[in-house]
Design a protein around this ligand. Structure first.
Ligand code: UD1
Ligand code: UDP
Length: 378
């Protein structure tokens, strides 16, 4: 029996762990997942909505670490996760994505000699001013089994000296959730509730510190939103970090003056998926949204100078537009007149990535033969 501590903490982790837990449940005699929530995110709309929408079981362990500076948050997670590892003696710690919980738990597991599986390994923006880039690099160095969403991630890992034998190209677990829940999401009444017609609105999210912690940058982005909402209704479910900064910088009046902008609290997974699926285009700095819009064939304007997910540009609907107001406005204008992009889904973004992860692990640990669906190695 393979005992796996599955670590989650922040919103995108919940979406990734849901299909992995379901795939593990197909092998009840071989694999025993223990869900550990660090509590990096804690608001009802950042956590509970996702557990409900994605049918995630209640975590066996809650660390309740909450917010703090990077050092404080990372240190708290480490200090609280170490005794959990000692108590449960897992065969494997599974971490996902690039958040502080991912890094902190990888460090703890590594020092205790516990094997680590990293889901969504190898993504690189090559920009260390992004806290996530540091988390990605360190986690990948420590991980024993690196599961990638795309071939370029495997190339990045090889270039950083990670042996190819540790890399498994399995596809995208976040897309497993999207494909599993899309029909259910489309039955939600959210569009009617906020009086939206499919294709007649744009959807925005913002939460990167580089975009929302600096009043000049956030001000420029809001100026762009102000112009865009003059041409199409703009729906903006705002991250708590962004809401706090809008208040801190005194930008509430600018938002109120935008009559065609609807600012919402963070949305649950199903409602947000419904909003994304029917949007004319998306404006975002989110990593996950770049991938989801690619699969949904919705144009995505990424308000960043770089992306760790270039496959969403080469094989998807993503355009990097940066943070210059005029450029954002002109690209949004092109989305308003352009035809919807044709659908080219990246390889292995097919809804079965989690199954490949689990079968690969069972194979590595000698619990199932490698026949049947197995991972395609980088
Ligand atoms: C974190 C991740 C980021 C990820 C994002 C997903 C790191 C370094 N960053 O960023 O990679 O894209 O989650 O959403 O791990 N807050 C609340 N309620 C909550 C959570 C946060 O009010 O439930 C507020 C707090 O003021 C907090 C701030 O948001 O200080 C930032 O939260 P934090 O988890 O540190 O980073 P995120 O910006 O959410
Ligand atoms: N998301 C959501 N509700 C929202 C905003 C985002 O359900 O109000 C989902 C979105 O579909 C995606 C994930 O949250 O699956 C992305 O999380 P986020 O943008 O916070 O993090 P990132 O992907 O940038 O790390």
């Amino acid at each position: 029996m393979l005992k796996v501590l599955c670590v989650v903490g922040a919103r995108p982790n919940f979406i990734k762990v849901a299909p992995l837990l379901k795939a593990m449940a197909d092998f009840p005699g071989s694999i025993q997942p223990v869900l550990v929530n660090t509590g990096q995110h804690y608001d009802q709309e950042m956590v509970d909505y996702f557990f409900d929408d994605l049918d995630i079981p209640t975590p066996e362990v809650n660390l309740g670490v909450g917010s703090g500076s990077h050092a404080q948050q990372t240190a708290r997670i480490m200090a609280d996760f170490e005794p959990v590892c000692l108590e449960y003696s897992p065969d494997l710690v599974m971490v996902m994505g690039d958040v502080n919980s991912t890094l902190a738990c990888s460090l703890v597991a590594s020092k205790l000699g516990i094997k680590i599986a990293h889901i969504e390994a190898g993504l690189r923006s090559f920009d260390r001013s992004m806290p996530e880039e540091i988390n990605r690099e360190v986690t990948d160095l420590l991980a024993d089994y690196l599961f990638t969403t795309c071939e370029d991630a495997g190339v990045n890992l090889c270039q950083q000296g990670i042996p190819e034998s540790r890399i498994f190209f399995v596809g995208n677990v976040m897309i497993d959730s999207l494909l599993a829940y899309l029909d259910k999401a489309q039955r939600r009444p959210i569009l009617n509730q906020i009086q939206l017609q499919p294709g007649n609105y744009a959807l925005a999210t913002l939460h990167r510190p580089s975009n929302v912690d600096d009043p000049e940058v956030l001000g420029e982005l809001l100026d762009a939103f102000g112009i865009i909402q003059g041409g199409i209704k703009l729906v903006f479910p705002a991250h708590p970090r962004t809401i706090k900064n809008i208040e801190r910088f005194g930008f509430e009046d600018r938002i109120k003056a935008m009559n065609n902008l609807t600012i919402l609290p963070p949305q649950g997974y199903l409602d947000f998926l419904a909003l994304m699926k029917s949007a004319r285009f998306v404006l975002t700095d989110s990593g996950g949204l770049q991938e989801e819009t690619t699969v949904l064939s919705v144009p995505c304007l990424t308000l960043r100078e770089n992306t760790e997910r270039p496959i969403t540009i080469s094989h998807g609907t993503n355009t990097l537009v940066g943070i210059n107001k005029d450029k954002i406005i002109s690209e949004a204008g092109r989305c308003l007149v352009g035809l919807p992009p044709s659908l080219i889904t990246p390889p292995l973004w097919d809804g079965h990535a989690s199954d490949r992860v689990v079968r690969t692990l069972l194979n590595i640990f000698g619990l199932v033969s490698s026949t049947g669906k197995t991972a395609a190695v980088c």
